[in-house]
Design a protein. Structure first.
Length: 182
């Protein structure tokens, strides 16, 4: 019924593994007694990234049920953002852009525009550019963090994990949630 991926159970396996990790995160939460939560977060980050990738691949193939793609992508985002949203990407990227711009302007001042591109002018240009990049990316980072916080909320992850396991079992049975409810 489904594409070439149907000959190997990679989609179903991704749904099962992601589902079990999400349920583990939903049940265990943060625990001082065990490191299961840290292991689940670590595995969830990589499994989530893989699930997002698989959801995109299924979408491009076009002959998979929409429920499989949706569960893969939504649960993948929930697992992935559990770790990803804690990293301050806006600041990191702003510093990189500022550094590269400063270095480029410095080289340009050595080649041609030495009288115009003084160190003070370069510094002002770099700071303004860094601020612009930072504030634009900070808005994007906060928006992504908000939706990531919703998707990675432990009770939501628990139910998404249950949905992923149900979808995997139904795919093994050559049907899907979409075929049942859609």
């Amino acid at each position: 019924m489904f594409s070439n991926l149907a000959t190997s159970p990679i989609v179903e396996t991704a749904l099962l593994v992601g589902g079990f990790i999400a349920i583990l995160i939903g049940i265990v939460g943060r625990s001082e007694k065990t490191s299961a939560d840290e292991v689940a977060l670590f595995l969830g980050f990589f499994v989530g990234a893989f699930m997002i990738f698989m959801g995109i691949v299924l979408y491009t193939e076009g002959n998979w049920p929409p429920s499989a793609m949706i569960v893969l992508i939504v649960l993948g985002l929930g697992l992935f953002f559990r770790v990803f949203r804690k990293i301050k990407w806006a600041a990191i990227i702003a510093w990189i852009v500022g550094g590269l711009t400063g270095y480029g302007l410095y080289l340009l001042s050595k080649i041609a525009l030495a009288s115009v591109l003084t160190p003070t002018v370069i510094l002002v240009i770099v700071l303004v550019l860094m601020l612009i990049v930072y504030f634009l990316l900070k808005f994007l980072e906060d928006t992504v963090s908000f939706f990531g916080a919703i998707l990675s909320f432990r009770p939501i992850l628990f139910f998404l994990g249950m949905g992923a396991i149900i979808e995997a079992v139904l795919l093994f049975l050559d049907t899907s949630l979409y075929a049942i409810f859609g």
